[in-house]
Write a protein that binds this ligand. Structure first.
Ligand SMILES: Nc1nc2c(ncn2[C@@H]2O[C@H](COP(=O)(O)OP(=O)(O)OP(=O)(O)O)[C@@H](O)[C@H]2O)c(=O)[nH]1
Ligand SMILES: [Mg+2]
Length: 334
């Protein structure tokens, strides 16, 4: 199947310039290119990424997570409109590795952020269905870079907090924001301690009408819960605020906190360290994935792997011994 990327000049001259100038169509096409699993596309994508690298790093990267229905889309819409009024450009990337319910997820997100989706200053993109979390994570990381090269000031990575995706997201953003519901009592809504430890900011949503009081109490509960968690960084003490996306209350405060976070970490050098260590663990993850992928594709290794696996299952060979044997055979063959 031929696509618009069959001619390299498309990518090399035309697209890259208009991508860098902030053209949304070019950005969308570049993302489609990096999402492509076609072998020759991967080469083009890597070339594109190398060329835009000097123009990346300029955005505030924010992860937003929370359980289904907590108000993520409504918050992001309201937040995005606020930023857009300040003449800032915002990109929203949605990670949904559990995309069985996809098919309509792209449309779904756009209709749930209907005003934002119309703005010239905003770009919304959902991850394709059917990828593993690792696959989604790689695409999203590369998409963040593309958005930065296109001049976006704020890149939001949104994920539904139902599994491992919070960790993946926290590992690709500067600041992790957790959205929680008003109420929930003593168990703090069953939010895992590990996820809470990721949070640089907790936003209690729906702080309006009948829920306002409850939201404020919930914020207080989370504040005291956080004070018992060990604080990982000297640079930043996690904050908790109530917010009503419906009434646009707390939106400005959220933005102020994000800016404060960013400037503090920028000054301390913590941001550069964080991004550096994220980049290096990303590199090793790629190495690991690629190696294992090649090994699984190799015909000779496949046969040996089957035999060794059954030996391991039957307790005939120690797993570590089998692994080394398999790797040696694969590397010798390669
Ligand atoms: N009262 C009130 N309701 C809100 C607010 N924000 C969101 N809601 C309502 O909460 C419901 C869920 O909001 P969404 O923004 O779709 O939640 P979500 O977290 O994106 O949900 P999923 O995408 O399904 O995970 C909707 O009915 C919203 O109208 C708010 O600030 N105040
Ligand atoms: Mg949503």
């Amino acid at each position: 199947m031929e696509t618009q990327y069959s001619n390299e000049d498309d990518i090399y001259s035309l697209d890259i310039e208009s991508l860098l100038s902030g053209n949304r169509r070019s950005l969308a096409r570049s993302i489609t290119l990096i999402e492509s699993s076609r072998f020759d596309h991967r080469d083009l994508a890597e070339n594109l990424l190398s060329r835009i690298m000097p123009r990346t790093g300029g955005a505030i990267r924010i992860g937003i997570s929370g359980p289904p229905g907590v108000g993520k889309s409504t918050f992001i819409e309201s937040f995005g409109l606020y930023l857009s009024n300040k003449n800032l450009k915002i990109a929203v990337l949605t990670i949904d590795p559990s995309s069985k319910r996809s098919g309509g997820s792209i449309l779904g997100d756009k209709t749930r952020m209907p005003k934002l989706a119309q703005l010239e200053n905003a770009f919304i993109r959902s991850s394709p269905a059917g990828l593993t979390l690792g696959g989604v994570a790689r695409r999203t990381r590369e998409t963040i870079l593309l958005c930065e090269s296109a001049g976006y000031d704020v890149v939001i990575v949104e994920t539904v907090g139902v599994g491992q995706s919070e960790y993946a997201v926290a590992d690709m953003v500067d600041m992790f924001v957790l959205l929680v519901q008003p109420g929930g009592g003593d168990d703090l809504q069953g939010i895992k301690r590990g996820v809470m430890e990721l949070a640089d900011l907790i936003i209690v949503t729906k702080s309006d009408g009948d829920l306002k009081h409850s939201a404020q109490r919930t914020a207080q509960d989370f504040r005291s819960a956080l004070s018992f968690l060990r604080n990982e960084s000297d640079d930043w003490v996690p904050k908790v605020i109530p917010c009503s996306a419906l009434n646009s209350e707390g939106i400005e405060e959220a933005w102020k906190i994000m800016q404060l976070f960013h400037s503090k970490l920028n000054t301390s050098g913590g941001l550069a360290r964080k991004r550096g260590s994220q980049a290096s663990s990303w590199m090793w993850a790629e190495v690991q994935e690629t190696l294992v992928g090649r090994l699984r594709e190799s015909q000779s290794a496949k046969k040996l792997a089957q035999k060794l696996e059954s030996d391991v299952i039957n307790g005939l060979v120690a797993p570590g011994v089998a692994a080394r044997h398999l790797l040696n055979a694969f590397l010798a063959d390669d």
